[in-house]
Design a protein around this ligand. Structure first.
Ligand code: NDP
Length: 244
């Protein structure tokens, strides 16, 4: 019996890419997965696929920028499965552009989803996990949490923030709640679709050619989850071998 079987795992941003791959992998290993994202049709299709393969799944439309909605999905996990073992704060957006393009609405969206979304997950998940006396929060950052590249100043700022928040959580609550920061390099997903700046879009098409499959990141998330309770995997960077 693996150490994932029977765990209750909430995944935000589960409608595509890394979140979807994580949901499929964990459900395949016997976890009860609770999926959230804004595109309900995608969640419905994914849940029906998982069920058809014998998996255990619930889903809920979720916008992580709204704390109340994040609380609702945590409550759904508790009501349906009795507890929350793991919360994967994976939802994110990446509308890259040069700072001088002044795409202020896009800056704000990245801050709202990538930082506030993670904080909302913590706000909804921590009280439940403290009450249970156990839990595991996995935040998906990026290699952009370690260095800044052109057109990615704001995106990287949000991921540096996620890294800082995760470390703060570990320092303050690590004895009760395991914390993991997973930082992917270029990975196949729909993430670059949110880019509206034309020159950045063209550059990213080239840059993203060596992308690894989302399942590679899902496996790193599963690795952190499957460790024994006393083993806390705090940071994982997973990127294409060809990425410099
Ligand atoms: P995708 O675009 O495929 O997935 C992003 C997910 O986030 C979607 O399911 C989307 O669903 C969801 N999402 C976006 N906004 C919200 C919101 N307001 N509320 C709830 N869900 C939301 O990209 P990835 O799978 O690549 O992205 C997953 C994470 O991985 C992100 O945090 C990203 O920053 C990170 N990452 C990805 C890398 C890559 O190369 N792919 C590299 C480094 C980090 P919906 O639109 O239905 O709400």
């Amino acid at each position: 019996m693996n150490n994932i079987n029977g765990k209750v795992v909430i995944v935000t941003g589960a409608s595509s890419g890394i979140g979807e791959a994580t949901a499929r992998l964990l459900a395949g290993q016997g976890a009860h997965v609770v999926l959230g994202a804004r595109r309900l049709d995608r969640l419905e299709a994914l849940a029906s696929d998982i069920r058809s393969q014998g998996g255990s799944v619930e889903y809920q439309q979720l916008d992580v920028t709204d704390l109340e909605q994040v609380k609702v999905i945590v409550e759904l996990a508790q009501t349906r499965f009795g507890r929350v073992d793991v919360l994967v704060n994976n939802a994110g957006v990446m509308p890259l552009s040069p700072l001088e393009a002044l795409k202020i609405e896009e800056w704000n969206r990245m801050i709202d989803v990538n930082i506030r979304g993670v904080l909302h997950g913590i706000a909804a998940g921590v009280p439940v996990m403290k009450e249970q006396g156990f839990g595991h929060i996995i935040n998906v950052a990026s290699i952009g949490a370690y260095s800044v590249t052109r057109t990615a100043a704001v995106y990287c700022a949000t991921k540096y923030a996620v890294r800082a928040i995760t470390e703060g959580l570990r320092i303050e609550l690590g004895d009760t709640i395991r914390t993991t920061l997973v930082s992917p390099g270029v990975t196949e997903s729909e993430l670059a679709d949110t880019i509206t700046d034309e020159s950045t879009k063209a550059f990213m098409k080239e840059y993203r050619q060596n992308a690894i499959p989302a399942s590679a990141i899902a496996r790193s998330i599963a690795y952190a989850i499957e460790q024994p309770a006393e083993v806390d995997v705090n940071e994982l960077i997973v990127r294409p071998s060809a990425q410099r």
